[in-house]
Design a protein around this ligand. Structure first.
Ligand SMILES: C[S@@+](CC[C@H](N)C(=O)[O-])C[C@H]1O[C@@H](n2cnc3c(N)ncnc32)[C@H](O)[C@@H]1O
Length: 299
């Protein structure tokens, strides 16, 4: 019933990752520039809620009663835990370089980190290969790793997702695009993050190509879906939530962006102020395209 339990126990390795602090935020030594702390847990859970609401669901792939589900770069584990609840007969694994920070309430049994019994976290680094046998999963999902994967490693990453997926199983990727109709503040703020990622060899503009990546990797029946998330009060509640997430991302990336010399502290604060004003201006029409793509591993 739980084929990974033994494997997880023997293969889960003690994390080798090292942490450092910028401006009071804990970061991990990796390509990935965002913090790994409780503040970021809150942002990721909120962002998950925004995406699920915006898309009207948690995935695109036509999966049917999967037995083994994997979420790569699972973050807080929220997506994986919801899949585990949706498919109580499935074994769901979330893999990440770092386990999420746990809130103290959870240790008292009153927090939000109570895990469904069919969900497990496993430490692993997609850039070093996943700690699972070939053909293990019916559904392999990876969302929002655009800042974590060097541009030239994407073919390896998709091949690795394909390796651990069963023939006939589905792989799904989900990544953001570049803001459209944005004002100068949001545009320049986003461009700062593009530059920050480029310094770390990642391509923050690659999101729109995820469907092509799946096709190039030999996946079949590739399905693509894109949705424009309104960014600001012009988009009602979804627009306000997207803007809140964007500004929280701005706070999370402030230290790394200024620390890398992409912007001075003053320039960065000015862009944050401009973005705050833009998202609160009903005349703004800014949207953020968000891409989903899934494909099936051939038999
Ligand atoms: C932006 S978060 C997205 C989390 C989750 N997928 C979601 O959609 O809420 C990216 C996650 O990828 C993890 N990550 C970064 N580099 C990774 C790597 N090389 N291998 C596995 N996970 C990684 C980070 O620790 C972080 O939890």
């Amino acid at each position: 019933m739980w084929p990974f339990k033994r494997r997880v126990a023997s293969q889960a390795v003690q994390t080798k990752e090292r942490f450092f602090w910028i401006g009071g935020r804990r970061h991990v030594e990796a390509t990935y520039p965002l913090p790994k702390d409780l503040g970021e847990v809150n942002r990721l859970d909120f962002q998950h809620f925004v995406l699920r609401n915006g898309f009207g669901g948690n995935y695109l792939a036509p999966v049917n009663n999967p037995h083994e589900v994997l979420d790569v770069g699972c973050g807080t584990g929220r997506w994986a835990m919801e899949l585990a609840t949706l498919f109580p007969n499935a074994n769901v694994i979330g893999v990440d370089i770092v386990a999420p920070a746990v809130d103290r309430e959870a240790t008292l049994g009153t927090g939000l980190d109570r895990r469904p019994p069919n969900y497990a976290y496993v430490q692993g680094n997609i850039l070093e290969g996943l700690p699972f046998a070939e053909r293990s999963f019916d559904f392999t999902h990876q969302r929002l790793l655009i800042t974590a994967i060097p541009k030239d490693r994407w073919p390896y990453v998709v091949a690795e997702l394909k390796r651990v997926t069963k023939p006939g199983g589905w792989i799904e990727l989900a990544e953001p695009g570049y803001p459209q109709h944005a004002g100068p503040g949001l545009k320049q703020l986003w461009d700062s993050w593009v530059e920050l990622c480029a310094l770390r060899k990642a391509d923050f503009l690659i999101g729109s190509t995820i469907g092509d990546m799946l096709e190039t990797a030999g996946l079949r029946h590739v399905i693509r879906h894109a949705k424009d998330f309104p960014m600001g009060i012009h988009g009602g509640r979804l627009g306000q939530m997207s803007a809140t997430d964007c500004l929280a991302t701005g706070e999370a990336l402030r230290g790394p962006t200024v620390g890398a010399g992409v912007r001075t502290a003053e320039e960065y604060e000015r862009l944050m102020e401009m973005t705050r004003a833009e998202v609160n201006d009903p005349r703004s029409k800014a949207v953020l395209p968000f891409y989903l793509a899934c494909g099936q591993r051939p038999a």
